[in-house]
Design a protein around this ligand. Sequence first.
Ligand code: PLP
Length: 307
Amino acid sequence: MGTDSKYIWMDGKLVEYQNATVHFLNTALHYGLGVFEGIRCYKANQGPAIFRLREHMDRLVDSAKVLGFRDLPYTAVDFCEAAKEVVRANGFQSCYIRPLIFLESPGLGLNMDVGSPRVGIAAWEWGAYLGDEAMEKGVRANVSSYTRHHINVSMTKAKITGNYSNSVMAKTESVRLGFDEAIMLDPQGYVAECTGENLFLVRKGVVHTPHTATILEGITRDSIITLARDLGYIVNEGLISRDQLYIADEIFVTGTAAEVVAVTELDFRVIGSGKMGAVTRQIQKAFHSVIQGEHPRSSEWLDYVNQ
Ligand SMILES: Cc1ncc(COP(=O)(O)O)c(C=O)c1O
């Protein structure tokens, strides 16, 4: 996966890609003390547009608060402007945007207050995370042998860099086993989320998704709940067990990187017809129409970078 671009915004200014470096003795690198976002910019009908930019930057600031940063040098509004500047400077029509706030402190100590935050925002052109084929054919998943974070061990509402070792181990195990993605259970054994996506199931025409207590509050998840309700579906947020997944008519996952992708097989069990289901297809279509700028929700959720 390439991350090439011309410029990365670092600590308030654009720097050339090869100069956006940090020292080996960096606290964030050693202890996972950073918070990040994943955002997409789409080539919409009136030009490049960032999807739910403000919500992503608000979550970035919230993540920083959860991790324990006290004073940030920038506000969510500043981050929004900087993200647009990065997209414009690189001349991208569509891209993935990666803001990161990380701790830099002398002596590599463990106290957040000894260091200070540094900020970067990168962007690069990036296709479908789970592959172009997956968008139509869906993916094969397993229930991971790794458990999702306990809510009082790692903070699941925050995109803390260190939290992602859990996702990386689960994803790597899943791919080594021959699957595409891992579904993770929470410490009580209920379905939580995937390594980088939230999860939905459809049964008897009703859409269900895990409640937010133990998961990341996905911005795509929120968008999909809204779109599904717009389409007239009932969406329930609650506890979901592993076997409820096995007998679902449809399962799909949602995330900035993956967008909306069906899960057609889980733990060697065929889900529904074994193909993307009708409800998933309808919701995926609505989502694509939003990001192309052609849906009634587009004006609310798209932020054009050149306007
Ligand atoms: C663990 C996890 N869950 C869910 C999501 C989906 O969140 P969003 O839709 O905001 O990208 C992500 C991706 O950010 C994630 O890393």
